[in-house]
Write a protein that binds this ligand. Structure first.
Ligand SMILES: Cc1cc2nc3c(=O)[nH]c(=O)nc-3n(C[C@H](O)[C@H](O)[C@H](O)COP(=O)(O)O)c2cc1C
Length: 208
């Protein structure tokens, strides 16, 4: 399937075969490729928390306002951003790895790492949250498309109580929860949806 075919045929699917299990390898392969998504300064802040424990899934059902995909999909993925990715040790480590791989020469490591460290050091809490939201959202879309290519269905979800989710899963403030993604074998097609005509959404040079 081409990217265009994937984009045109994907739907948010809300009904899943509860007996279908995605293999750990298949899920890991999808996540590994999704991790190639663009991300700010390549700090690689996105974390994919797979919830496949039935008890945890049952506990999350009311947290997500009883949306059945939470328990019926093969896996539920909590898409998280890790605030620690902005810290100096992570940024230096990634630049060192890039150097070891031969992607840039020695003179550039310190300059690039320093620029990235400073970029985040000067940001407010709100700006850092936006940085994580951008990175995690791009990775989420990649995951959705890769799942479709692999013959799986998904739904991205923000319909849940963030505080309660973090409490049930014991997620600390180190992480920002950006969205949930349910993934599995759909048993009922997602309903078709409309989109604005391109003239309404595409603007040139200015927008009112
Ligand atoms: C960030 C985000 C959060 C969403 N949250 C929910 C949700 O909690 N429950 C739900 O049924 N659909 C949810 N959706 C799915 C949207 O309703 C759906 O993408 C939209 O209606 C367009 O339909 P389509 O994805 O089938 O093209 C969410 C989508 C996005 C991008």
């Amino acid at each position: 399937m081409s990217v265009q075919q994937i984009m045109n045929s994907r739907r948010s699917v809300r009904h899943y075969d509860p007996d279908y299990k995605i293999s750990a390898d298949k899920l890991a392969a999808i996540i590994e490729t999704a991790s190639k998504s663009p991300n700010g300064n390549n700090v690689q802040a996105t974390r994919y928390l797979i919830i496949d424990d039935p008890e945890l899934r049952a506990a999350l059902l009311p947290v997500a306002y009883h949306q059945q995909q939470v328990v019926e999909a093969s896996a539920l993925i909590v898409m998280l951003g890790d605030y620690r990715a902005f810290e100096e040790d992570n940024i230096k480590h990634i630049h060192e790895q890039g150097y070891q791989a031969g992607y840039y020469d020695e003179t550039l490591i310190d300059v690039l790492a320093h620029a990235a460290i400073q970029y985040y050091a000067n940001k407010s809490a709100e700006e850092l949250k936006l940085e994580l939201t951008r990175d995690v959202s791009l990775a989420s879309m990649s995951l959705v498309m890769l799942a479709k290519e692999a013959g799986l269905d998904t739904i991205t979800m923000s319909g849940y109580d963030s505080g309660k989710l973090k409490e049930v899963l014991n997620i600390s403030d180190r992480y920002l929860d950006v969205m949930l993604i349910a993934i599995g074998k759909g048993i009922k097609d997602g309903h078709p949806t409309v989109r604005h005509p391109v003239e309404r959404i595409m603007h040139r040079n200015a927008i009112m």
